[in-house]
Design a protein around this ligand. Structure first.
Ligand code: ADP
Length: 166
């Protein structure tokens, strides 16, 4: 596949923490597009387990091997951040029909605010990512389970340390 070298995309999310499912989407987006900007929400509506700085570090560690991928954080509206860095294509992951309902309405809202804003959806390539979410990973960690099948070792170690603090 030839990469669309001039096409830059944003992959936004909370990434609390970033999972192998997220990483798979980033790797595939980086093979399709010229530049992928992972954008971490600094002020999500939900309370996060990890600080913005921690979530950014995780994303940097897991994307180290991708030369056309970088990590930023943003606060405020995603569409404003997108405008600021001059990117009008968002990549989002679609696991289930529930994701579809949510992501579809989100894409509609973004398009209403910025008509040129496009959303591109990637579905998991592997069944094992279909039910994987940051929420599940946090639950496993809190209850003493092994998170290494689901996240990078660096993240799994951070989850272990976090559990010890609780
Ligand atoms: P948000 O809080 O904005 O929904 P998340 O950090 O939970 O952000 O996820 C960011 C994006 O990645 C969303 O589009 C979500 O649907 C997608 N995603 C999350 N987990 C997976 C996965 N296991 N496989 C594919 N896409 C995923």
């Amino acid at each position: 596949m030839t990469r669309k070298e001039n096409t830059r995309v944003i992959y936004p999310g909370t990434f609390d923490p970033i999972t192998n499912g997220h990483t798979s989407i980033i790797e595939r987006a980086s093979a399709i597009f010229g530049e992928v900007r992972v954008a971490i929400a600094g002020n999500p509506s939900k309370k996060t387990m990890f600080t913005l700085a921690e979530r950014e570090t995780f994303a940097r560690v897991v994307t180290e091997h991708l030369e056309n991928t970088s990590v930023s954080s943003f606060s405020g509206l995603l569409v404003d951040f997108a405008k600021q860095i001059d990117i009008n294509i968002l990549v989002r992951g679609l696991r289930t029909t529930a994701d579809f309902e949510y992501e579809n309405s989100l894409a509609d809202v973004y398009r209403k605010i910025v008509p040129s804003m496009e959303s591109v959806f990637l579905t998991p390539t592997n069944e094992k990512y279909r039910y994987l979410s940051s929420t599940i990973v946090r639950e496993i960690a809190i209850h003493g389970g092994d998170t290494t099948p689901f996240v990078h070792t660096f993240v799994a170690n951070a989850l272990d340390r976090k559990r010890d603090q609780i």
